[in-house]
Every structure is written in C-alpha cells, then in structure tokens.
Design a protein around this ligand. Structure first.
Ligand SMILES: Nc1ncnc2c1ncn2[C@@H]1O[C@H](COP(=O)(O)OP(=O)(O)OP(=O)(O)O)[C@@H](O)[C@H]1O
Length: 770
C-alpha cells in the first residue's frame, strides 16, 4: 500500500473509532432519555397540579398539563433523533465517507473536507465527516479543480478546490481511491452502473452529477420542472432532493409534509428504500389513482389497467383532449354561478322507505338561503334540514311502529336506552322518552347523510353539467359534434350508474363538488413531487395545485415516454401558465445512465429528437431483434433468450404491450421454466424471470429486457413510439426484441449496425418447435 493510501486508511480507522465512541455516548443518553420519558409518563398526573376549584386554577392546571406534555414530546423527539443518528452511524462504521475535497480561501489555509452520508465530529467538535447535504459538500458535486462557489444560507461563498478524491470503503477497509478532475469521475460511476439491478432502487449519493445536484439543491422554485431522457436519473435525483430538503429545513419540515405521486404501486415499493438508506423516513407515497379514489369515496375511479387497455376512437380523442385541458375545469365556476339562481339537483330524504323531506322541499330551502357563496348556502341548508329532522323525529315518535318496537324491547335493550339514574314521573313519561329515543337513534343515519351532503344529487348534477356545458361554448371549436357529445354523456351516465368514473371525469367531478361544497385543501404539504408527469393532463395538475396551495412542486417527466397522453404540446408549455413564471426553473437531463451505450444508441433512434439523448459510455452487446413466423416460434425464442439471459442477470423482464399478451405468454411458459406474471392484482417485483405489461414497467429497470412481440401488428405506427421507447429503455445491460411476424416499422428506421437482426423461418426453427 502506498504512503498516501496508508494515510487515508489511518484516517478511516480514526474516524470509525470516533463514530463508535459517539455511538456509545448516544446509546447511553438514549437509555436515560427513555427512563426519563417513562418517569414522566408514569408520574404524569402526580406532577400535574390538578385543581379545578376556581377558573384561575383550571387555567393553571391546563398550563401544567401542557408543560408535562411538552417535556414528554421533547424527550420523544430526542429519542427519535438519537435512534436515527445511531442507524446512520451503523452504516458509516462500514463506510464513513465516499469523498474528500481539499479547499482553501483567502482567510483559511488548506482544509480537508470528507463527505459521507451523515456528519461526524471528533472530541473537540471538529468535523471529521461532513454530511453530503452540507453547503460545502456541493463543491464536490459541482466544481472542478480551481475556483468554485457554493450557496450557504448566508449567501454565496467562493473557495479554491485543490483536490477531489473518491473512495470505495467497505467494512472499514479502503478498497480503492482515485483523484479526479471531472465533476464526478467516470470510474466510480462506471462501477455503480455496471452492477446488477435490484428489487429496490439504490441511492446515488456518492455519484450525484452536476446537473442532478441543481435539482437536488433547489429550494426557491415554486415549480421545478425536470425534463429528462429515460434513465437520466430523474427519480434518483428527486429522492435525493427529498433527503436534502429534510436536512436543509430540518427544524421546520418533516416527511409528512412531502408527498410523491408515483406511476403505480409497484413503483412505490421500488423506491421505498432510498430514503431509509440515507437515514431519513419516507415521504408520503401515493398514485394519482389512489389519491383521487380516496377523495371520491364511494365512487370507483377507473384503474390503470382500464385506462390503458380501453380503446378510444378518434371522436372520443377530441373529447378527451378537451377534458384534459383546463377548459372545462375552468367552466365549472361559471356553471356554479348559474346554479346560484336555480338548477341544483337534490335527492329525497327517506325514512323507512318513505320520503320525509322531498327534493322539491330541499330545493325551496336551498334557494331561500341568502345569496352567499355556494358552500355557505349548503351549510345553511344543512342547518335547516337538521332542524326539520328533529321536528320530524318528534312526529315519527307517535307512530305505531315505534310502539311495537317499545313492546318488544328486551331488558338489555331497555337498559341501553334508559340510563340507570333516570326516574320517570309516570308511565306516559317513560313511553314518551323511549319513543323519542328510539326514533332519534334511527334518525342519526339521516343526520349523518345530511352532514355528508347526500341530499345533493352529485352524480345527476355532474351529468347536467356535461349536458349544459355546450351552451357555454362552441363544441365545433373543439372538433366535437353534438352527437359525439351526447354519446359521451350517455357513457358517463352509464358508468355513474355503476358507481364508476373515468380518471379524466373524476377530476372534473371532484372540482364540481369542491366548487359547490368548498374545497378541502391541504396547507400542511410543503413539497409535492410528481413523477412521470407526461402522463398527467393539465386539468389533473391544476386540480393538485388547488389542493396543495402552499406547496412547491417538482415535476419530472419525459415526453418521449408518454403512454397515456393525447396532446402533442410540450409539457412545460401546457403546465407553466399554472405557475408564477419568475419562480419556475427548468432543468433538462440529457445523459442517460441506465443502459449501456449500445442499448441507448438503439432505443433513442426510435424517437425523433434523438440527439437530445446522450448515452453514458458503458459497453455491452448490441441489442438483438429476432423475427419469427408464429406465436409458438416466438415463445420458443423468448424461452431460449430468457434462460440465456438469466445466467448473467438478476432480473429478466419480458415486457408485453398489454395484459392479454402477457397472460398468453405466461400460459405458454410457466410449465417450461420458472417465471412470474406481474399484473394489476399482483404488483410485486421478484428476482429471476418475470412477465409484465408496459404500464407496470414504467419507471423500473431490469438487467435484461425481452420485448414481447415487437411486431408490426402490435406496434404498427408512430403513435406507438413512446410506448416502445419506454419498454426498451428499461434495459440496463441486455435488450432482445422478439416478434411474431414482421417486425415493427419503428425498428426498421434504426440504422442496422446498431443491432443484430435474425429471422427464424419455419425451416430454421428451434428443435423444440419441430
Ligand atoms: N448520478 C448517478 N449515479 C449513479 N447512478 C445513477 C445516477 N443517475 C442515475 N443513475 C442510475 O441510472 C438509473 C436510472 O435512474 P432513474 O430511474 O432515476 O432515471 P429516470 O430518469 O427516472 O428514468 P425513467 O424516466 O426511464 O424512468 C438508475 O439505476 C440510477 O441508479
């Protein structure tokens, strides 16, 4: 070992010793915090001075309780913080840091800064390791040797960088180190990217690239829009960003104030380990479908499967385009203004099968309220309706069915209705009390339904809105005929009758409800992240923005991977007007890290603006395209290739366009080899060979990808480009496409030196097929 390496190893040993010492200290202090907390809990009521005699005493008691609670919470926070620190130290004991920079400035001589996943101090409180998120660490990710500036909360600082060094340390031993002048040396990145895929996404803390660092450390933008090629590290950067923000605002921000929208549940699971690996708790994770479904309550929103697999004809496409814009969304306010005068649809309130308050009565009550804003009028109406219900309950108590019920009361039922202390003056008093009590209990459901606005016929109202809307604009301007619009309304009504809504309708439906009843906004959420933004409509983004009015938004996407969108406009062009332009930042990531150079060079040719995708220089085999003559032959090749790839891959994904083709493939393969089928009902990744539909593969990556049926039939036109590109770009090391019949024309335009082509005619078919 050379001298320099020995010096570094000694420093590693020294740092680990310090970390172990600090760990012991924290463990000791945690023990005492735990005991203290236990003490506070068990003596809580003794330490609280309870005196409720005078108003002054009551308030003193309150203060005393709050003080005790505060002590307890503080101890719990300390405890949590200590535990988090211990977990980070556990990791740092194996690899205390991954980089070093030497810097100097006018006032300070050369200083060595070591950077790791967390910070560590020596006994005199000097930094042995700086957290990767500390301001100074930015220089490591951003700068070259020479002058570099970095942001601090107090402003920009400039330093002179004299050295940049990377380390690979495992179990406390320095395995390799090298000095670099690039932002982050390729060697380290080569090694990381060359490794096998895994079931869980990994953090990229030691190799964050300069442009990714910009995304991570942006704190000012209300809209941070990241457009990046497949595999350019959008998701990775955004997860690092969450960890960064938690650190940067550690005194006022916690993980519950951050929410990420993922393309599907599989993806949620895939990214769930990145933050815990960095010693942070996970942000709130959801999918747009799940988020909307929660708000819709009893109505079901169409699943990802239905959204993808339902065919749409040209006429519907125009309607969808309209719904996905914010045009109808914005029309809702106009419609609601009209409803101020009349036109609200109500439902009868029924009890025991009979109408007790008719919809006409509700109508009259509603329109007799003062002309406040809609939500206030609904509140007023609810008040009146509930008063009416109290009156009606008294009348109901006199009815014969109540008497019958009273007579059939068992002893226990009677006791449950009448408190033991209650004494009645007469039999009539008792009967009167019981009758009212029985009816009141039964009326509880009615009160609840009034409080939940169930007297308003939301479904009918939505149908009416769609019917009424063409009076407020010209359908022809949107290339929609009256007949197509009518058909659309029939479709909506039929689906509402089954308690279902398409995703694009769900947003409008919710907006209509919110406009009438008042929107339940979430002001606590500080940061919202939306991955795969290309599959969202402007209306959906507008809706999310209105729900999270105090949030900064980070939107990540790749127009080339749009699998649902029908709009050709640039994403940013569409979304930008929703945000303040002066607080919008756009970052473009063009380097693609996931795949080998050969795979990226092949996949990017599927797209038109391919020059914007730059492959990372990591070498592998050129992709293979194999054309077969029929389904059986195709499946034989798939089987052969999958088994071959399995020998050198942890995960082999056979990706089909839709669920149907995946199911067929599974039925053909499952008896011949170990293979799993991933579908909507089983969204679980596994090692080995799996078959999955395109829309569930979004955002994921696999060592090897086999494109299932890359034929002209399955991917006939340029409208399929983005889907095919998305599938192919999931491959890290190997890509094979197999077709049943003529290959897709989308491959035919790719220069043939970029891939290996093989045709299997019936004569040359594999032995198993003959
Ligand atoms: N700076 C980096 N250091 C190491 N690995 C990186 C870096 N950036 C990206 N990667 C790796 O590249 C792969 C792709 O990253 P990621 O999934 O974040 O890209 P993406 O842009 O979200 O992709 P897609 O849009 O195709 O889903 C991952 O394996 C990730 O670990």
């Amino acid at each position: 070992m050379d001298k320099e390496k020995q010096n570094e190893q000694s420093r590693i040993d020294y740092t680990i010793e310090a970390i172990e010492r600090e760990q012991k200290r924290i463990q000791e202090s945690l023990k005492s915090v735990k005991e203290e907390a236990r003490g506070i809990r068990s003596n809580f009521w003794e330490d609280v001075r309870v005196n409720l005699a005078e108003p002054d005493d009551v308030s003193e008691t309150n203060i005393s309780i709050r003080q005790q609670e505060h002590f307890l919470r503080e101890r719990e926070r300390n405890y949590e913080h200590g535990e988090k620190q211990l977990a980070v130290f556990d990791k740092m004991k194996s690899s205390p840091y991954f980089a070093r920079i030497d810097i100097e400035d006018e006032e300070t001589p050369r200083e060595n800064i070591y950077i790791g996943i967390g910070s560590a101090l020596d006994e005199s409180d000097q930094f042995l390791v700086y957290d990767w998120r500390a301001p100074i660490s930015s220089v490591y990710y951003d700068g070259q040797i020479g002058e570099a500036t970095y942001e601090t909360p107090e402003g920009k600082l400039t330093v002179n960088v004299l050295l940049k060094r990377q380390f690979k340390i495992k179990d406390g031993k320095l395995e390799s180190m090298f000095d670099t002048n690039d932002a982050i040396g390729d060697e380290m990145l080569q090694e990381v990217l060359g490794s096998e895929s895994s079931l869980q996404m990994k953090n990229i803390v030691s190799t964050i690239q300069q442009e990714q660092n910009r995304i991570i450390r942006d704190t000012k933008s209300d809209l941070l829009f990241v457009q990046g090629a497949a595999g350019s590290g959008k998701t990775s950067a955004v997860l690092q960003r969450i960890a960064y923000l938690l650190y940067r605002f550690r005194n006022g921000l916690d993980e519950k104030q951050m929410m990420i929208f993922s393309p599907n549940r599989l993806f949620n699971h895939y990214i769930a380990n990145v933050l815990p690996e960095l010693g942070e708790k996970n942000m709130i994770q959801t999918t747009f479908q799940d988020f909307i479904a929660k708000r819709l309550g009893k109505l079901d929103v169409e699943s990802l499967f239905e959204q993808f697999e339902n065919e749409t004809n040209q006429a519907r496409k125009e309607i969808l385009l309209l719904k996905e814009s914010t045009f109808l969304f914005e029309l809702i306010d106009k419609y609601i203004a009209l409803l101020q005068k009349g036109g609200l649809r109500f439902k009868d309130i029924k009890f025991r099968g009979e109408t007790v308050i008719s919809k006409e009565d509700i109508q009259a009550i509603f329109y007799a309220t003062p002309r406040y804003k809609m939500p206030a009028r609904f509140l007023e109406t609810k008040k009146v309706l509930r008063e009416k219900l109290y009156e009606l309950a008294n009348l109901e108590a006199k009815k014969a069915w109540v008497k019958d019920e009273m007579e059939l009361l068992s002893e226990e039922e009677y006791r449950a209705l009448v408190p033991t202390k209650l004494e009645f003056q007469s039999f009539d008093d008792e009967q009167d009390y019981l009758a009212k009590k029985i009816v009141r209990l039964k009326f509880k459901r009615l009160h609840k339904s009034v409080l939940d606005n169930q007297f308003w016929h939301m479904k009918q109202q939505f149908g009416h809105f769609m019917q009424y809307a063409p009076r407020l604009f010209d359908l022809a301007e949107f290339n929609i005929s009256k007949e197509d619009w009518e058909n659309e309304i029939h479709r909506i009504v039929a689906s509402l009758n089954e308690n279902k809504l398409a995703l694009e309708d769900a947003v409008l439906f919710l907006e209509l409800c919110d406009a009438a009843l008042g929107k339940k906004v979430n002001r606590i959420m500080r940061f919202v992240f939306i991955d795969e933004i290309q599959d969202y409509s402007k209306a959906q983004i507008a809706y999310l923005k209105s729900i999270f009015p105090s949030s900064q938004f980070t939107l990540l996407g790749d127009l080339n991977q749009a699998i649902f969108k029908r709009n050709e406009k640039s994403l940013l062009e569409e979304i930008a007007p929703l945000f303040d332009a002066s607080r919008t930042s756009v970052v473009e990531l063009s380097k693609s890290y996931r795949s080998t150079e050969q795979i990226t060079n092949f996949t990017k040719e599927i797209m038109t603006e391919s020059e914007r995708i730059i492959p990372f220089s990591r070498q592998g085999d050129v992709p293979k395209v194999i054309q077969t003559e029929n389904f059986v032959a195709m499946m034989d090749v798939v089987q052969r290739e999958a088994l071959k790839l399995k020998k050198r891959s942890n995960m082999v994904a056979i990706i089909g366009r839709n669920q149907e083709i995946c199911e067929e493939a599974y039925l053909s393969l499952y008896k011949k080899m170990d293979v799993k089928l991933v579908h909507m009902g089983n969204q679980k990744l596994s090692e080995g060979i799996m078959i999955l539909p395109s829309y569930l593969a979004k955002g994921l990556e696999f060592d090897s990808v086999i494109v299932l049926d890359a034929s002209e039939k399955t991917y006939p036109s340029s409208a399929d480009k983005t889907l095919l590109y998305t599938i192919c770009s999931r491959a890290m090391h190997d890509l094979v496409a197999v077709s049943n019949g003529e290959i897709t024309p989308l491959f035919k335009t790719i220069p043939n030196y970029l891939y290996e082509f093989e045709t299997l005619s019936v004569k040359t078919q594999l032995p198993s097929d003959s």
